[in-house]
Design a protein around this ligand. Structure first.
Ligand code: PLP
Length: 227
């Protein structure tokens, strides 16, 4: 019991410090709850958090069904086209849209439900080959097409910096994403969200103009590997 209370107080403190800082800077917090239990999410909900991020379809569906209806669920992982239909009825925003094929499918499923789904286009800014996203040229081509999809609402861009100790590298990658965000903000009035920054690099991301950070391990503690 003592250990549980100590852990809860720790989460409390970390959350209050973080949310105060983010509110001052007008940055939205997505609490990344992937792999975490409903109990852990409930603890943050009780502190007032409403935006949660998940990256597995089955997991977010189960959590949605089990939890409060005023939670805004953000899908932040790589989404397969054939799974869009499972999250389309309730998802608040999809952060990792990385192909027009996926965008078309989100539009189709949203249209069936007579709703509009917020989407962020994912840009590949990191050195690592393994990360998903459009490159600059593909993004330019995609941005020309977005008006063809009336049931998706493109709100901005999302990106992940290299997993690196090199602060300069991370900063440069975020600067690049911000430059693209500013460019498309000029022509797309609905652009208002730049989703960049995680537990390890969110302070750099905010310095470089992030409006939304996705933070998991700093709030909930470390996850098992490969998540
Ligand atoms: C897991 C994940 C995060 C959160 O990572 P932490 O390092 O735990 O803060 C953010 N964004 C995406 C896309 C993720 O998959």
């Amino acid at each position: 019991m003592v250990i549980i209370f100590a852990a809860m107080n720790e989460m409390d403190n970390v959350y209050h410090k973080l949310i105060t800082e983010l509110n001052q800077k007008k940055v939205t917090l997505i609490a990344v709850s992937k792999t975490k239990t409903i109990g852990a999410i409930e603890a943050l909900y009780a502190l007032g958090q409403r935006d949660f991020g998940e990256n597995y379809v089955q997991e977010v569906v189960q959590k949605y069904e089990a939890m409060h209806r005023d939670i805004r669920w953000h899908f932040i992982g790589h989404l397969q086209t054939n799974k869009v239909k499972y999250i389309a009825p309730f998802i608040h925003a999809i952060h990792g849209v990385d192909s027009l094929k996926l965008l078309a499918e989100i539009n189709k499923q949203a249209a069936k439900l007579d709703r509009t789904i917020n989407c962020l286009l994912q840009v590949h800014i990191a050195k690592e080959e393994t990360k998903f996203g459009f490159d600059d040229i593909e993004l330019a081509a995609a941005m020309k097409q977005v008006s063809m999809y009336p049931n998706v609402h493109i709100r901005g861009l999302m990106g992940m910096a290299s997993f690196s100790e090199d602060e300069t590298l991370i900063r440069n990658e975020f600067q690049h994403l911000k430059m693209l965000f500013d460019k498309y903000t000029l022509t797309h009035a609905d652009f208002n969200t730049l989703s960049m920054g995680m537990s390890g690099d969110y302070t750099i991301a905010i310095d470089e103009g992030s409006t939304m950070v996705r933070i998991g391990s700093m709030l909930f503690g470390a996850r098992a590997k490969h998540n």
